[in-house]
Design a protein around this ligand. Structure first.
Ligand SMILES: Cc1ncc(COP(=O)(O)O)c(C=O)c1O
Length: 481
């Protein structure tokens, strides 16, 4: 244990060592069983006599703090409860913007049937290939030399691999230099806010929509406005006239799941051009497509360079990698590089290098193909069961992509309590949870009142064999309302 001791002057050196070690044990920095340096070694480090250290150790041992074992060394005998910590009394308080912010989707305690949206199946993660690639890149020759930091915009090999991947799979127009590697979509949104939007700017978001995005924009001092969506996606006619940015999920609206129609995409691009507005296109999970023809991303339909495309590896790999990216036009490259730098310099280099190889070796494409088949089976099974057993209560929102399906209670909105008008979806989710079934009510994603009422069925985390039983239990919950 490399314990830090600093000596002042030449007086009472044993006492100084004694007091510093004692307080390290008392406040929990040294814990039971931790080994202390041998007296000879500590004496050499502190440039004092060995006997001075031995006196301090003996005193600590006599008081029960340390124990010496012949031939083994000197160890901390007993831990004191940690009394060390930041002062509890402080005049400092967070800005009110942090009230009501919650970590999403939260812990899974007590869930047997986990239909929560936003989670991929981490059991499908290609652990073996990933281990191989990580050990291949953890060599001096595969990483920048000593003192050489990474490019804040990302490892060149990864930027090139991402540009190719999204060019082929999503027809996004991007060269390696247009890609900035980020810590997930969340950081891409943060960088966009810092680079392009003044505090106080109005940001239009879909209602219902993705909560972490609006929590982020609010925390940056933006004014967030919810815009309703219909079967064709965001209602362009309802956009606020003073919006400076529009954040949308056109491929697979979050949380409802329908794609934005082509006429609506064109209308949004026209609207943004006329008003000089930034469009943020979040393409979070559309590598998983189960039918129908994908509509062109806004980014490739846009002839004007005002769409910032953001993507993530959270769904196709694992959220724990915290890797995503944004695609920006050349005029913004340098500002994004600087924003990435001041934010947290750059993403983990070995992980970036491993992901670049994973893509280049064709493993990502293979992994997506294999997991798509698994997810498609779950998507279809949930769709069948909802159509068969819930048709009297829930209307499925047509969707052919992603990792979740949504369904609305037919009356659309809810009054707050079951038995008094439309269904209270939050109450349904609470009762389902008591049965071990986890799922999100649509109202959780609402920006404005009254929220849409319905349920979101994620199939990333649920085991396929458990889908039928989970939905049978949910049906029981609805019947008991
Ligand atoms: C709409 C939407 N955007 C982005 C993400 C992922 O973001 P990140 O890359 O920060 O993990 C999710 C995850 O659930 C999502 O639902």
């Amino acid at each position: 244990m490399e314990v830090h001791i600093s000596l002042a002057g030449r007086r009472d050196l044993s006492g100084q060592i004694y007091r510093q070690l004692r307080s390290a044990v008392r406040d929990g920095r040294l814990r039971t069983g931790d080994a202390l340096p041998p007296t000879r070694e500590l004496a050499r480090r502190l440039e004092i006599s060995r006997n001075t250290v031995a006196v301090a150790y003996d005193r600590l041992a006599a008081e029960g703090f340390l124990r010496s074992r012949v031939g083994a060394g000197t160890f901390v005998q007993e831990a004191w409860p940690a009394s060390r910590g930041a002062p509890a009394a402080s005049p400092l308080r967070p800005r009110p913007v942090w009230d009501g912010v919650e970590v999403w989707p939260g812990p899974a305690a007590g869930l047997t049937w986990d239909f929560r949206a936003g989670l991929p199946d981490v059991r499908l993660f290609p652990y073996e290939s990933w281990r191989r690639l990580m050990s291949a890149v953890l060599r001096p020759s595969a990483l920048p030399g000593p003192g050489a930091a990474g490019d804040p915009a990302g490892l060149p090999a990864l930027r090139a691999a991402i540009a190719r991947h999204i060019g082929v799979s999503r027809s996004v127009r991007a060269g390696p230099g247009d890609v900035v590697v980020t810590a997930g979509i969340q950081q891409a949104l943060d960088l966009i806010g810092r680079v392009l939007l003044e505090p106080g700017s109005v940001v239009a978001v879909e209602d219902p929509g993705y909560p972490p995005a609006r929590m982020l924009f609010r925390s940056l001092g933006m004014r967030v406005r919810g815009v309703p969506v219909d079967a064709e996606g965001l209602r362009v006619d309802a956009l606020p006239v003073d919006a400076r940015a529009v954040y949308v999920t056109p491929s697979h609206q979050f949380p409802l799941g329908m794609p934005m129609s082509l006429p609506r995409r064109t209308a949004l691009l026209d609207w943004a051009r006329r008003r000089d507005v930034v469009i943020i296109e979040d393409d979070y999970d559309t590598e998983y497509r189960y039918g129908g023809r994908p509509v062109e991303p806004l980014q490739s339909l846009d002839g004007d360079g005002r769409v910032l495309y953001v993507g993530t590896f959270s769904k196709i790999m694992r959220p724990a990698l915290r890797l995503g990216f944004l695609v920006a036009p050349p005029a913004l490259h340098e500002a994004f590089r600087l924003a990435r730098y001041v934010s947290s310099w750059h993403a983990d280099l070995p992980v970036q290098a491993a992901l670049a190889r994973f893509i280049d070796e064709g493993l990502l494409a293979r992994h997506i193909r294999a997991s798509r088949r698994r997810y498609q089976t779950r998507h279809e099974r949930i769709g069948e069961l909802l159509a068969r057993d819930f048709a009297d209560r829930l209307a499925i929102v047509p969707s052919a992509a992603g990792l979740h399906l949504s369904a609305t209670f037919p009356d659309g909105t809810h009054a707050g309590r079951p038995g008094e008008g439309p269904v209270d979806d939050a109450e349904v989710a609470r009762r389902a949870l008591a049965e071990g079934v986890g799922l999100f009510p649509l109202s959780k994603f609402a920006v404005t009142e009254p929220p849409m009422s319905g349920l979101v069925f994620g199939y990333g985390a649920v085991r396929p064999a458990e889908i039928d039983e989970g939905l049978r239990r949910l049906r029981g919950v609805l019947d008991a309302l």
